[in-house]
Design a protein around this ligand. Sequence first.
Ligand SMILES: [Zn+2]
Length: 547
Amino acid sequence: MGYNQQDTQEFLSYLLDGIHEDLNRVKHKPYVEVKEAEGRPDEVFAMESWTNHLKRNRSIIVDLMHGQYKSKLICPDCQKVSITFDPFSTLSLPIPIQRMITLPLYFIFKDSSLHSHLKINLNLMPNAPVSEILQQLSRMLKLPVEALELKILRDHQIIEHDTSRYDVKSLKEHEGIPFVYQIHTPYIDPPLDKFNVRKLVRVELIINQKLKKNAYSEPKSFHRMFYISQEQTLKHLHLQAFTIMRVHVANFVNNEEELRKKIDISIEGMTHSILEKQYEDVLSLSQVDLLPYNIYFVTNPDGGDEGRVLIPYSADKKISDTFTLDSNREIVLELTINPRIRSEYLKLNKCKEADSLPQMMSEPKSYNIYDCFNLFITPEVLDKDNTWYCSNCKDHKQATKTMEIYTTPKILIIHLKRFRTNRVSSIGSFFYTSSSSKITSLIEYPVVGLDLRNYVLGKYEKEPIYDLFAISNHYGGMGGGHYTAYAKNPKKNAWYDFNDSMVSRQNPDELVTSAAYVLFYRRRDDDMSMSPIEVKNGGGPTQKDYA
Ligand SMILES: [Zn+2]
């Protein structure tokens, strides 16, 4: 083993396996044929698997420390079910945070003069729905959740409007990018309780630039959008667009003293009338062909100037008079930047990384050990680099795998999976291992009375209720770090802290810490005392346990 052995759980498995082999009462291990369950009841098949295990393994380690897992794999294509019962000596429990994934997304404020658009990395459970993403952003940015909508964009265009069927994992795997839009601004939209997007018309703005006569650029920035009532006027439509655009226009006019005074984006308490005043000032300064941008309805995208109809700033014409609305109730317009403006000055795509903002995680800071058990028994779909060979389909499949606990031994070793396993990746012919990290969450575990009655599937004679007698603690990070142990002296009924050459009394009220890495539990059985273990009736299941 040398000096390279860093991990106490790996060391323990190695040590217990070594002791087991040295003390194995089976001297000549017979060949054991592994059969499939073929519809036989769990009780029968589990006992057969355990008997097969005992044919080759009989030692005090097996008697005291081996339990049985049940694992079930289901082929996604032919629905073939494969069940196995395998012995274990350590129960490795996942920690909930390990399952979270990071979803990068863009957050677009409706009036970005108040806040710069954000690029945010959210940590979420893979199966969290879109509503959970919006809830998290709502808490983080202190905006009402009804004011937020998630869209999927590709090449600056909104390619999916209805994203309600997605979860975090499928969004992450999507070829497009998630954008969350703030769709409501108090000073221009009706109050939120009267803001029902189903009754409103969605207006999508494609931002492009006029290059020369009859020539228009590709989109310069991601689509903007807002909602408007069909009873409202084209003037209101212009003001909605100006809410979105005024920060960009202000960026451009920064050096033009006269205009800058008109568009004061630093105003506190923005109101509808200030907005209207600012926009009309901009309009009064310019003739139509000198405006920073114009808004067009496109009848033929390839038709040049002929294919575009200018939307006038009119307080008389209603939305419903101007546009033919289909059942989707959406209008797509072009917001075309004036050719004399260098569009990069508008900073249309400016975003700020939001890492500095406090991320309000929906996950609790600490977990209970039963959360870990629940996660352990949750079915999971195997990932692409860990497939299962389906003998029916004659192919490797991303099966659904469910692990369960069938029996538990007298001495139960629980390993909290605090270290993410090294993942070997490759780029071309270069292989590298990505750095691993340690999960430092506090896992609350009972010192007295760990109750696994809800988790042990098989019948048992002795209730699976356990008391803690030792803890292996790990401090520090991956590779480095320091181990100590807490252990109970059964004769003195006292806990001790073993720290290198130092041994001291440990307060029994301070045994639950975020350093806990491997937990050692002993089944209560009949003897309530923590007397030294007697090996009469071992920990592994016996024929009686199945009776
Ligand atoms: Zn199959």
